[in-house]
Write a protein that binds this ligand. Structure first.
Ligand code: MG
Length: 245
């Protein structure tokens, strides 16, 4: 018998004989603590304990990624917002470390380009680890650059893309990297992603900050925002919420 189990069992108030015999199913029941009760919402509605980053009204939770200026320059219309080409990336005012993120996105209905030029945007976790947004419906490009890839690092397990002009979802569970005091990496960032409800990244270790050219590396940092990419294509977003973990 493991000592740890025995002491935990005794601490939980069971008798020595019960703990020693391990025959009572109650021994492995955990009653406390109790997970908080929340309203799970629905695809269209955030859970009751989420931080809503866009509720269809305005970009008050967002600033220019370049200089922090407000309001973020992208266009809000009919409950969604859309990249305004040339105005640059936008990022959240709030910073996060480990979190669950829900975000919905839509690439243009009218296909005007191909490869990386077709509905390109991106969700940069901690402003530097890109989960690619791209119209990858019948659109050939490098595998680790298609929708759902950790850009230039890890391709998605499957291509769960919907067509151009259709709303798509990412549900992300992100664990921030940890660093030692001397700046060395202690543990890499990890990411799990469901694309349109389908698992496409399963606790994937991230190799470092996204690089267009060259190998990704880590540089020590603390909590940071969520950044969305202006890649020149009018990609739209809606219903964005995050839960700190
Ligand atoms: Mg991108």
């Amino acid at each position: 018998m493991k000592k740890q189990f025995l002491s935990a069992c005794l601490l939980a108030g069971f008798s020595f004989s019960a703990c020693f015999a391990q025959k009572d199913p109650k021994l492995t029941e955990q009653w406390n603590p109790v997970p908080p009760v929340i309203n799970p919402g629905s695809a269209q509605q955030a859970p009751s304990d989420a931080i809503v980053l866009f509720d269809g009204k305005n970009l008050s939770e967002w600033v220019s990624a370049k200089d922090g200026s407000t309001p973020a320059a992208w266009v809000v219309e009919n409950g969604i917002f859309t990249v305004k080409a040339g105005t640059g990336d936008i990022k959240t005012k709030q910073v996060f470390e480990d979190f669950q993120l829900h975000i919905e996105w839509r690439t243009p209905a009218k296909v005007e380009s191909e490869g990386q030029g077709r509905g390109n945007s991106g969700v940069f976790l901690m402003e530097q680890y890109e989960l690619q947004v791209l119209d990858s419906y019948g659109n050939t490009t490098y595998s680790n650059g298609q929708a759902g890839s950790i850009y230039k690092q890890t391709m998605p397990m499957v291509n769960a893309s919907k067509g151009p002009g259709e709303w798509q979802t990412y549900d992300v569970i992100f664990t921030a990297p940890r660093f030692l005091d001397n700046g060395m990496l202690k543990s890499p960032a990890r990411i799990t992603v469901l694309h349109n409800g389908v698992l496409i990244q399963n606790n994937t270790a991230i190799a470092g900050a996204t690089e267009f050219i060259g190998i990704a590396t880590y540089k020590k940092h603390g909590p940071m925002g969520i950044k969305l990419q202006d890649h020149g294509n009018p990609v739209s977003f809606r219903n964005i919420w995050v839960r700190k973990l």
